[in-house]
Design a protein around this ligand. Sequence first.
Ligand SMILES: O=C[C@H](O)[C@H](O)[C@H](O)COP(=O)(O)O
Length: 223
Amino acid sequence: MEEKRHAGILAASFVKDGMTVGLGTGSTVYHVIVRLGERVKEGLRIRCVSTSEATTELAESLGLDLIPMSEVLNIDMTIDGADEVDRSCNGIKGGGGALLHEKLVADISRIVVWVVDSSKIVERLGAFPLPIEIVPFFHMQLISKLEGMGFSPRLRMSGSCPFTTDENNYIIDLETGFIEDPEGLHRKLKLMPGVIETGLFITTADIVVVGSKDGAKVLRNTR
Ligand SMILES: O=C[C@H](O)[C@H](O)[C@H](O)COP(=O)(O)O
């Protein structure tokens, strides 16, 4: 909790007056949004693009100015969380189910900053089950195909019903084991009919802010 807060507060300080800011989703970005809400009350002028209904609700409650994604061509800086990040700044995202919207917002962002606690930094991705957003009525077929490829897929549930994303899709959480080639796996999965998006974000982050007990440090993607 402290680590997430430290990372969030440092990342929120990167936002400058006049920026269009992408707001990610999750418990780490929560601290960024709260800090941005305070800065806006102190006079910072920004426009924000949300990546989920949960983030929209929080941002609105703090008085942040939100614009719909459909009206934005470019975003100056997006700050988002991640479930795992490797040394090349590849990541797994989607633990909270917002991967599709997050990937689209990242795609039009000039700078992408990820905020994580230190447990998220890994040598190789894959301990965290990989979220894949899929077409709901094709889930049974996709699960069978993924099993045939040697993976252990699990349909994400919310109580006794399948979990649905903000875009009304389903999510399969895929036990992959350590991923040798994140980009190769992402491409392979994206080629499967019924797969809408994967939670593999390939060298997406320009900056990763890693929280610690006493502060936060900044890792830069040197690609
Ligand atoms: O779908 C959710 C997002 O990708 C989150 O950014 C990710 O799951 C990290 O969330 P948290 O900061 O709560 O660990």
